[in-house]
Design a protein around this ligand. Structure first.
Ligand code: EPU
Length: 418
């Protein structure tokens, strides 16, 4: 296992290039299961999670090759319809094969993901939606087996709260269903829009992209796709916050500023200078950061995946900040680690009250999940002294070459074996 050693309190300066979005690439890769043939997906980040879903596709009979950041995937001859516990336990997004496998093969057996570090994260919406579309579900031995007699049929699926992968699974199931499917209270995240673009390029009929009501007319057959993964908005946000916290000025390139409406406004309110162009964002911190309150919400609200990083910015702000997490019930695990670096944070239910102070100090800390780990890196870059972050395999699930990219901004970051 590797650890990151960061010598902090150095201003960050320069340019940093954003990779394709993990949470867009995963459903795009899963969607290749819908149509036999060679699919081409550009701008796919090389991450632990993208490698895991490719292993899963291999176990189903697909073949793939990578040329730079382009993936070529052949799903001509699928010979297995099961996603095993061993894969699902390492990455819950494996559940994304449920909808497309059922649509293409009429049968699938997928391990139930169980709880995870940030919350219970049930998949009842996915299952309920497939049931409405005519699937028979059998839950046994920790697996769900879904079968359908002839083909899935369209239906009205309503989510109590907008679920990102739930919307993606039902979308992928509905494009080959008989008749019309309506998804109400659908997730509006840009990653869902990227999947819709891919499905439409394959011949699917989908209306309502970007809205919370998606209408899908099923078609009999789809053709292989060529699609580009959107830039990673969470990686973008993480580096903007890192510069705001450590100080300095930088331009984050190859990103899509329109995908971060809540973050850029919140960072301006905190006193950072943010200048957006079509595909880059300039950030600098002219003075001490002002405290702001945030509440995580489904898109276009403030993303839960940036809550931990923003909290670090607030540890160095002027005054008190209230950060409320409404998406996941256990997403404050970074708080205990940040306190080891001198942060003053109190948790009250689903809110964290952060008292801004003058400096953080380096310490030995432990990464607990992907975004919590990113927040520790942000804290370490700003902290006085040296921070050692262990268990960085979490970071490698979602950030491509984080140490290398931060070095281009002048950060003193190195990897060492634990
Ligand atoms: N929910 C249910 N039942 C369901 C599905 C969801 O109750 O069947 C609840 C969840 O427990 C949660 C809320 O609905 O309270 C929203 O969860 P959602 O389903 O949207 O989350 P997800 O699809 O499992 C994706 C991202 C997460 C991101 C969330 C929220 C992927 C692969 N994962 O998860 O990303 O935090 O949406 O935006 O797209 C990360 O990248 O670090 C990460 C955790």
């Amino acid at each position: 296992m590797d650890k990151l050693i960061i010598e902090g309190a150095r201003k960050l300066q320069g340019e940093i290039r954003i990779s394709g979005a993990k949470n867009a690439a995963l459903p795009l890769i899963a969607a290749t299961l819908l149509a036999p043939g060679w699919h081409v997906i550009h701008n796919v980040p090389d991450l632990r999670d993208t490698r895991t879903i490719l292993v899963l596709l291999e176990t189903l009979g697909a073949k793939w090759q990578r040329e730079g950041s382009t993936l070529l995937i052949n799903t001509e001859s699928l010979n297995n319809f099961e996603a095993s516990y061993d894969l699902v336990k390492t990455m819950r997004a494996s559940i994304l094969v449920l909808g497309p496998l059922l649509a293409r093969m009429g049968k699938t057996r997928v391990s139930l993901p169980g709880g995870c570090a940030i919350g219970a994260r049930p998949i009842d919406f996915h299952l309920q939606g497939l049931k409405i579309m005519g699937a028979t579900l059998d839950l046994q031995d920790g697996y769900v087996t879904a079968t359908v007699k002839k083909h899935l049929t369209g239906g009205h699926v309503y989510f109590d709260v907008p679920s990102v992968t739930g919307t993606e699974n039902i979308l992928m199931a509905s494009v080959l269903a008989k008749g019309e499917t309506v998804i109400k209270n659908a997730a509006r995240e840009p990653e869902v829009g990227n999947l819709i673009d891919m499905l439409i390029s394959m011949g699917a009929k989908i209306d309502g992209k970007g809205s919370d009501r998606l209408i899908i007319q099923g078609v009999k057959k789809l053709k292989p796709a060529e699609i580009t993964t959107i830039p990673d908005r969470i990686e973008t946000g993480t580096y903007l916050i890192a510069v705001g916290t450590a100080g300095g000025e930088a331009t984050v390139t190859n990103c899509n500023p329109s995908h971060l409406p809540a973050l850029t406004e919140k960072l301006r309110a905190a006193g950072l200078i943010i200048k957006e162009s079509e595909d880059s964002i300039y950030v600098s911190r002219p003075a001490k950061v002002q405290s702001i309150d945030i509440k995580t919400q489904p898109y276009p609200g403030f993303p839960t995946d940036l809550q931990a990083q923003l909290m670090v910015l607030m540890t160095l702000a002027n005054g008190l900040s209230v950060i409320t997490e409404t998406i996941f019930e256990n997403r404050f695990m970074h708080v205990a680690e940040l306190k080891r670096m001198g942060a003053e944070i109190k948790i009250n239910g689903n809110s964290a009250i952060v008292k801004g102070m003058d400096q953080l100090t380096g310490a030995r800390v432990m990464a607990t999940d992907l975004r919590a780990s990113a927040s520790l890196v942000v804290a370490a870059l700003a902290a006085h002294g040296t921070t050692e972050i262990s268990r960085i395999y979490h970071l490698e699930r979602g950030y491509e070459d984080m140490a290398g990219k931060l070095q281009t901004l002048g950060a003193r970051v190195r990897r060492e074996k634990e």
